[in-house]
Write a protein that binds this ligand. Sequence first.
Ligand SMILES: Cc1ncc(C[n+]2csc(CCOP(=O)(O)OP(=O)(O)O)c2C)c(N)n1
Ligand SMILES: [Mg+2]
Length: 354
Amino acid sequence: MTETTETAVQFLTAEGEFAPSAGAEEYGSYLDRLSEADLQQFYRHMVVVRRFDLEGTNLQRQGQMALWVPSHGQEGAQVGSAFAARAQDHIFPSYREHAVGMVRGIDMLAIVELLRGNTHGGWDPTDPTNGNFHGYCLVIGSHSLHATGYAMGLQRDGLVGTGDDESDAAVLCYFGDGATSQGDVSEAFVFSASSQTPNVFFLQNNQWAISVPVRVQSRTPLYLRSRGFGIPSVQVDGNDALASFAVTAKHLDDARRGGGPQFIEALTYRMGAHTSSDDPTKYRLSSEDEYWIARDPIVRFEKYLRSLGQSDAFFAEVKAEAEDFAADIRHRTLALTPPPASTIFDHVYSEPHP
Ligand SMILES: Cc1ncc(C[n+]2csc(CCOP(=O)(O)OP(=O)(O)O)c2C)c(N)n1
Ligand SMILES: [Mg+2]
């Protein structure tokens, strides 16, 4: 039905118990970087982004958006990995990395504006408020090339492998299981391996590429893919935010230090529809959903925090915060006005022409 997690690095079981898996030893020390406040932030981000995501779906159903692309179910993979990145690292998302954007501190209304058709593109990753978070990319896998090219640029600017934690940078690129079937991703692997670029390729294997299951796309587990290109790889339980954090932190460190590209396959599940234009009940069984609902990244993290003594008041506070966040997004969405048509050219030509 779905890939197992037998080889995957895991710290938290589906029941929220701290029980490191066999392959977890080399990653354990990375968890020392997390304070109690960080753990609370992990939870807060996951809960708030899930509520944000639901509001996006609601707004689409009410005719306020052309399309919505849900992140529901993938919050553990996204929040853990995004937390592992440093301020100077660059992030190349595909199109459902809402939680990554939130961790990087972008104004989440920007995602609504994009999917409402309310911008003419022109996302500026160099704007200091955008956290080195690059634009969403709907052309599957294409941004793996942008990420590789960007990393080659960092090398040429001398921003890799100097041993300086403050300035050495890496590039974290997110894509899906379906994207691994694209030529662009293979080409990115070739160039990245040849130039030993500071890339971490973070695959969220959410088990589906719209209606095509991952087993149809690959005869081997996907984490083995990159090894033929000379890129080391690891499989992680993506619904375990701690494992996602620790594994990404290690491989980003390796990449920043000049260790070349790294590949992470995070096993997760797209709990809802591919987009608001999709009906997953047409192609998958509810038993599969149930299997993954029992592995929900947020439920597991809540159980873990409760086992550490986190109070009911904290969980109630986060829930209220998520409601406020969604209400604010709704309010600001309804207040949006279309940009002047002429601004479409602002992001196309570097200079005016006749
Ligand atoms: C080059 C290209 N081909 C096809 C599509 C249509 N398409 C949109 S999403 C998608 C599936 C992508 O699956 P995956 O990479 O697993 O990412 P997920 O949506 O599951 O996060 C396809 C084929 C596209 N957007 N771009
Ligand atoms: Mg997928």
